[in-house]
Design a protein around this ligand. Structure first.
Ligand SMILES: C[S@@+](CC[C@H](N)C(=O)[O-])C[C@H]1O[C@@H](n2cnc3c(N)ncnc32)[C@H](O)[C@@H]1O
Length: 219
């Protein structure tokens, strides 16, 4: 995993990650945005909520030079494949967002037993919120109708330990107001259909996090 700050991208050693995580784990409100894209949502959220620590993770560094260069002290950008995150991040997030996923980020939400679902459950603190916004066009490319895709994501997130409410449609106005680049693209594009799912991680005290393995799948 690498930390990105403008054009500088540095591999994080296990010791550095331990130190970083020790600091972050004590903070009451840590949002992790998975598949953060160009980082616009992280910048917006970190500036709007200075008491919140916001981490954006994406596999692609090219779109993150600008946002990571301008990141305030309560924002951090990491380059990693979300399907194989380091063990140290376990239990860090009080909130998780996935906005308009594609590629393995989307298929990982749609496939039974995927490493992404394991990653989600491992990242979450007990009671952590989960918000997922799905792009109808991306679901169709993945072989699902909007309704079937939303239901499948909900079913698998519930299996992974999140209590998720029924998917809600997002209107073009909702998309326009939402501070991510893809929300705007959809709102002004030809097919603005999108869904919103919200849930909370329901952690049974009897479960042991260490029994849930991280999988090291490549993208
Ligand atoms: C459609 S973009 C959405 C970006 C942003 N969330 C937004 O709303 O503007 C999907 C993002 O997911 C990232 N992504 C897809 N699969 C991933 C994976 N396995 N690990 C990390 N990032 C991934 C892509 O690199 C891309 O930036």
């Amino acid at each position: 995993m690498e930390r990105i700050c403008g054009r500088r991208c540095q591999e994080i050693t296990t010791d550095e990650l331990d130190a970083l995580v020790t600091h972050i784990a004590d903070l009451p409100d840590v949002l992790i945005d998975l598949g953060t894209g160009d980082g616009r949502f992280v910048l917006h959220t970190a500036r709007a909520h200075p008491a919140r620590y916001v981490i954006g993770i994406d596999a692609c560094r090219d779109n993150l030079y600008e946002a990571s260069r301008r990141a305030p002290a309560n924002a951090l950008f990491l380059i990693a494949n979300i399907c194989s995150l380091p063990e140290e991040l376990a239990g860090l997030a009080s909130a998780i967002t996935i906005n308009f996923p594609w590629g393995t980020l989307l298929t990982g939400l749609l496939e039974e037993g995927s490493p992404l679902l394991t990653s989600l459950a491992r990242l979450a603190r007990p009671g952590a919120t989960l918000e997922i916004r799905l792009n109808g066009g991306a679901l169709i490319e993945a072989g699902y109708s909007l309704e079937a895709g939303g239901d499948q994501v909900r079913r698998l997130a519930r299996q992974a330990g999140f209590r998720v409410a029924a998917p809600q449609p997002l209107a073009a106005g909702d998309l326009r107001a939402y501070p991510t680049t893809w929300a705007k693209r959809l709102a002004f594009g030809r097919d603005p259909r999108a869904l919103y799912l919200a849930g909370r991680y329901h952690f049974e005290e009897s479960e042991e996090r260490t029994k849930i393995p991280w999988h090291a799948h490549s993208r």
